[in-house]
Write a protein that binds this ligand. Structure first.
Ligand code: MF3
Ligand code: CO
Ligand code: CO
Length: 268
């Protein structure tokens, strides 16, 4: 299939070769996040974490998808506390009590593996850890709602219901996305919605589920750097992301942690 055969709304249906490619790319992306676990400590800069990820990805024969992506120039997004997503690695050190989302996308043999996790820096507050736990549960409720014959809206409803039950808000300004041989493709995966709405889920569809939850209002704004998205009310925000594929039986998660480090607190 050539680019000309695809209109902007076409959801690509992948075959067994696609699943094989996504398994390898997804595993490598998860290994980047595993590798970073012992390095996320008070005093480390997010730029140092970015350098570790960059070198690790290149050593494995892959490239970071985010370098040169729309003018972005790092291998990671590092989103601390009230940063919702797209935080840019910097020379500022992480501090005891911070929560940080680290998001990585690798391209391996042309396939994109996109995943993010939360990390605890030292000992975050109880309310911060509670937000992280609820967000992790929302990601998994979204994943479990995905099945062939279902609809994209089933995922959003599962996430929104759980988040709001615990008085957290779901960010509407950013969503998950199809991926595969390209980084961002149709469909848009919104994290709030109504079951039974949206495109039907079909075996061979690949997309991310990446809910962002805030302790306060859902509204975001972008800082002057053109990337960093923060909560307007400066409330804490958390996110987890997996890349998944719809199978005949259900759903396959391409970005599970091979080391079992899927959520904090991580063993030290
Ligand atoms: N990995 C992010 C996502 O989940 C996208 C990051 S784009 C960047 O879609 F340019 F900000 F890195
Ligand atoms: Co993504
Ligand atoms: Co991502």
């Amino acid at each position: 299939m050539t680019a000309a055969d695809l209109d902007e709304r076409t959801i690509v249906i992948h075959d067994a070769e696609g699943f094989a490619g996504m398994r390898r790319a997804g595993r490598l992306a998860a290994e980047v996040l595993d590798m970073l676990v012992p390095h996320v400590v008070p005093g480390v800069t997010t730029l140092a974490l970015d350098q570790l990820a960059h070198d690790f990805i290149l050593e494995r024969g892959a490239v970071p998808a985010t370098i040169f992506y729309r003018g972005y120039s790092h291998s990671l997004c590092t989103s601390v506390n009230h940063v919702i997503c797209h935080g840019i690695p910097s020379a500022k050190a992480l501090r005891d009590g911070d929560i940080v989302n680290i998001d990585v996308t690798v391209v391996l043999d042309g396939w994109h593996g996109d995943t993010s996790r939360m990390y605890f820096v030292g000992e975050p507050s109880l309310k911060a850890r509670r937000l992280v736990d609820i967000t992790f549960e929302c990601l998994w409720r979204g994943i479990k709602a995905a099945r062939p014959g279902g609809h994209l809206g089933d995922i959003g409803e599962a996430i929104q219901t759980h988040a709001e039950k615990h008085r957290c808000s779901v960010v509407r300004d950013f969503c998950g996305h199809g991926l595969g041989r390209r980084f961002h493709m149709p469909p848009n995966v919104v994290h709030a919605g109504r079951a039974g709405t949206g495109p039907e889920l079909v075996p061979g569809m690949f997309f991310t589920i990446e809910p962002m939850l805030n302790l306060g209002r859902p509204d975001s704004k972008i800082l002057e750097d053109g990337w960093t998205a923060v909560t307007r009310d400066r409330s804490l925000s958390a996110q987890f992301e997996h890349s998944v594929g719809i199978t005949e039986e259900g759903v396959e998660v391409f970005t599970l942690s091979p080391a079992g480090l899927d959520r904090p607190p991580y063993p030290s």
